[in-house]
Design a protein around this ligand. Sequence first.
Ligand code: NAD
Ligand code: TYD
Length: 350
Amino acid sequence: MTILVTGGCGFIGSNFILEWLAQSDEAVINVDCLTYAANPKNLVSLAGSNRYRHVHCSIGDGDRISALLAENEVRAVVNFAAESHVDRSILGPAAFVETNVVGTMRLLDAVRGYYDGLAADARARFRFVHVSTDEVYGTLTPEARPFREGDPYRPNSPYAASKAASDHLVRAYRETYGLPTLTTNCSNNYGPYHFPEKLIPLVILNAIAGKALPIYGDGLNVRDWLYVSDHCAAIRLVLERGRVGETYNIGGSSEMTNLAVVNEICAVLDAQRPALRPYADQITFVRDRPGHDRRYAVDAGKIRAELGWRPTETFASGIRKTVAWNLANETWIADVTSGAYRSWIARQYA
Ligand code: NAD
Ligand code: TYD
């Protein structure tokens, strides 16, 4: 059997594919059009594998996706492909609508055509898993309970709005055309292969380079952090045992302010790579992000009760692994921080 993964050269998709091929006999086709956020070298260890193939193609290329599905008798699609960085969505929403909304719709159309032509047993087995975010629910006050499935969508950034639209399309293709879809809404991930435009890898990178550690606003915005392999395990469970048509929230129950996250990274770096002065001395407060959501938190009770999922890493254990991975992979970091990355940093933090 074969599964088709989209966006597999990005952060979470790379981790998912590496774990999938280590744990299962099934082949993976990775459809990724290689935006700035992609790094095919994440998957260099799979070179020569007859169970892995990267196809340089957009999820918006319906004809190509239709052909890939049919030629490979794909039994499931896991859709990671997206524009994923909130700050970039603030500077340019169009790419987010193009990929996350229009691209997802084209992908759904191609999958629907393929699904409709399958024999009854293959239809019964087929699944489309859409990987989404807790940001679709909007922001929480400090005292509010964490987001549950079924809470209203109130996206505040163009990124969150485009993901919300994609979730709605996925739901509509289930309700209207009977496509066997499942959607996951996960909190903030961190771990290996994380592109250093996001908070955690950016802070690790800047810290060891002796640069400022930029904290937006007062640093008291709260995120619920989850180690990436715990997210990948949850997606595998949803794919194998989730109820068709359902959505599942996934979160680490690990709420922290940004300031606490950055201080923890600094403390781990002080232990793993001591410098002349504490890394926390490099913390700098900078202009806040427009529309900056104050707090995200996810109630993962449904996936815990129905599928038995639990995170295996705490933030303390996961961040130690993540810092160690970054320190041990300086070539990977040098590769992803060339030209275009430096232009982004110069523009964003000017
Ligand atoms: P990422 O930005 O690291 O990777 C996205 C990948 O998608 C890249 O390899 C890119 O080349 C590819 N891609 C973009 N547009 C494409 C297109 N039109 N066709 C084919 N490929 C395309 O993202 P990530 O952090 O790995 O996130 C993966 C998914 O998980 C996204 O859908 C995101 O919304 C969701 N998510 C992310 C987080 C997080 O904390 N990173 C949390 C919850 C949900
Ligand atoms: P980010 O990693 O961009 O994820 P998201 O916006 O999807 O939650 O940001 C995580 C938090 O860190 C968010 O509250 C914004 C904040 N942040 C900073 O304070 N400084 C930074 O340089 C970045 C990139 C983010």
